[in-house]
Ligand binder design. Structure first.
Ligand SMILES: Nc1nc(O)c(N)c(N[C@@H]2O[C@H](COP(=O)(O)O)[C@@H](O)[C@H]2O)n1
Length: 148
């Protein structure tokens, strides 16, 4: 059965990038995977630091989506890899959500984001669901790490 997630407060809310599961990566602590993802759009700049220190993931997302600051040129080419790194760090850092992810077995995971047709499935389900796809990939990576 497909597992849908979106709101942090709902079931499987820990799969959302807004969930408060911080981790260390690239020499810094990131309060959420949303903070890390959004900051990488402006890596090496003061603006990236502003995003890292944002008081909430919603603020980090708003800052990261602003086009008042120049987006790094290679963003479209690297954004999936950035998200993959963030998710791996997040799920490796927290045993309890790692267990929740592994307990989904082989069920498809779908970010039920009505306005997002890239990371989510969009309002009509036709979106790419890249976040769900990456979580499925991370699930397999964690399984492989268990047997190694
Ligand atoms: N909570 C929430 N609200 C939205 O409007 C969204 N689009 C999402 N999806 C998440 O947004 C992040 C990527 O956004 P951009 O590529 O910077 O637009 C990513 O974390 C998606 O999972 N979530």
């Amino acid at each position: 059965m497909t597992i849908y997630f979106y709101a942090v407060s709902a079931e499987f809310g820990c799969f959302s990038n807004f969930s408060a599961h911080g981790f260390k990566l690239d020499g810094h602590y990131w309060p959420t995977s949303e903070h890390y993802f959004q900051a990488q759009k402006f890596t090496g700049t003061d603006y990236a630091t502003t995003i890292r220190l944002a008081k909430s993931p919603a603020i980090a997302a708003r800052l990261g989506r602003s086009r008042k600051q120049p987006l790094r040129r290679d963003w479209e080419a690297i954004k999936d890899a950035v998200m993959r790194r963030a998710l791996l760090a997040k799920f490796r850092s927290h045993a309890e959500i790692r267990a929740i992810l592994l307990a989904t077995d082989d069920q498809p995971l779908v970010e039920n984001a009505p306005n997002d047709y890239y990371w989510g499935c969009g309002i009509d389900g036709s979106g790419k669901n890249m976040l769900g796809q990456l979580l499925v990939e991370i699930r397999q990576t964690l399984r492989d790490e268990d047997v190694a």
